[in-house]
Design a protein around this ligand. Structure first.
Ligand code: NAI
Ligand code: MG
Length: 366
């Protein structure tokens, strides 16, 4: 049977950009005989409106069973007044937590046609293609003890950076596996100079590398130096693996090397399922963009690139993923732009669905 895809389009521009992904999925089924069993369900505000909860148990179970989940975006002003326990984001958090998605993949890719968009010099970013792997379920955001306590006559705020060996090992493996599908190079970032968790991080990554991934090139860098190198000459990297906190900062910084929020995909991966595929959720980095929702202005590329990641990392269709990315590159090189990709000089933007159609046309010509 065909691999299964669960689509959770969500709120705001989520359904609009996902509509364009469905065109691409249909194209693969018709023209490349790459077929998926696609099903749709609700998440976020849309699920709240229908069921009074941002993610039903039934939807959660379907997500656990799917070969990959594609998510649009959740949230919107309409839901800001809701109680914390039923806010749209809780649906997304529940998916990440119950699927145990410990490895967050944030690529920073620069399409040549958009290199002028970067705040960096064009030759620093043109053709850039790096991947930041951020540990997502442990570290200082979760470690105990945490809280605000009283010590003597003042308050003290405490968080604890805590990593077990197995938590480090599993995210390291996920980075090495990715590297083998890309440029075969991993740079691990921590602060082993000043942190115990950093010392252990470096040791465990080094051990896993020696035992299981000696064919991959491994280097280590202190995370602060890594931040500098990322801005100075990002093309030196292929895969960067780092902890939750450093990954949060480094991936946001790396994202901005390349320009618009409308261009950024992501993946969150967990442990392998019985069929060998990792538990996986793919989603654009952007939110539901209520300011442009319902106007046909949203850029669907972030969501389409998230599907390209699914092709590469869930379905081992790296060549087809590259085909899709090249089609997007071609459309951008032809000057096709949604409104978010127009500079201050302006120009005439295409709509969400026109962008999707152009990408399908480019696929037809590929
Ligand atoms: P946002 O990412 O939705 O929008 C920020 C700005 O970028 C807006 O001006 C928007 O129009 C623009 N933008 C975003 N995606 C775009 C696209 N594909 N094409 C063109 N322009 C795009 O972030 P914001 O405004 O902070 O949050 C809006 C809502 O989305 C909130 O309810 C927030 O909680 C939710 N949100 C959801 C996320 C998710 O589902 N993973 C992530 C971030 C925010
Ligand atoms: Mg962040």
């Amino acid at each position: 049977s065909n691999p299964s895809l669960l689509i959770l389009a969500g709120d705001g521009i989520g359904p609009e950009v996902m509509g364009e992904v469905v065109k691409i999925i249909d194209w693969y089924g018709e023209k490349r005989d790459l077929k998926f069993d696609v099903s749709h369900d609700l998440v976020g505000g849309a699920a709240y409106d229908a069921h009074g909860t941002p993610l039903t148990d039934e939807t959660m179970a379907r997500a656990q069973d799917a070969d990959a989940v594609l998510l649009g975006a959740v949230g919107g002003p309409k839901y800001d007044v809701l109680d914390f326990s039923v806010k749209p984001e809780r649906g997304l958090l529940r998916l990440r937590k119950e699927m145990d998605l410990f490895s967050n993949l944030r690529p920073a890719q620069c399409f040549d046609a958009l290199a002028d968009f970067s705040s960096l010099k064009k030759d620093v970013v043109a053709g850039l293609d790096i991947m930041i792997v951020r540990e997502l379920t442990s570290g200082v955001y979760f470690g105990e003890p945490r809280g605000i306590f009283t010590e003597g006559n003042e308050r003290v705020g405490i968080n604890t950076q805590r990593y077990t060996e197995s938590e480090i090992a599993r995210v390291a493996r996920s980075a090495f596996e990715l590297a083998r599908k890309r440029g075969n190079k991993v740079c691990s970032m921590e602060k082993a100079n000043v942190m115990e968790s950093g010392i252990l991080w470096r040791e465990v990554v080094t051990e896993i590398h020696a035992k299981e991934y000696a064919d991959v090139e491994l280097s280590h860098m202190y995370a602060d130096a890594g931040a500098m190198q990322l801005c100075r000459w990002p093309k030196q990297f292929d895969v960067i693996v780092t902890d939750n906190l450093f990954g949060d900062l480094l991936s946001d910084a790396a994202a901005m090397l390349t320009g618009s929020l409308g261009m950024l995909p992501s993946a969150s991966l967990g442990a392998p399922m019985a069929n060998g595929r990792p538990k996986a959720l793919y989603e654009p980095v952007h939110g539901s963009a209520p300011d442009i929702a319902g106007q046909g202005k949203a850029n669907p590329i972030a969501c389409i690139l998230s599907f390209a990641m699914a092709l590469r990392y869930s379905f081992d269709e790296g060549e087809e993923a590259t085909r899709l990315e090249s089609a997007i590159e071609k459309v951008l090189a032809d000057g096709v732009r949604t409104a978010d990709l127009l500079g201050p000089e302006g120009g005439s933007p295409v709509s969400t669905s026109e962008m999707g159609d152009k990408i399908v046309e480019a696929l037809n010509a590929s």
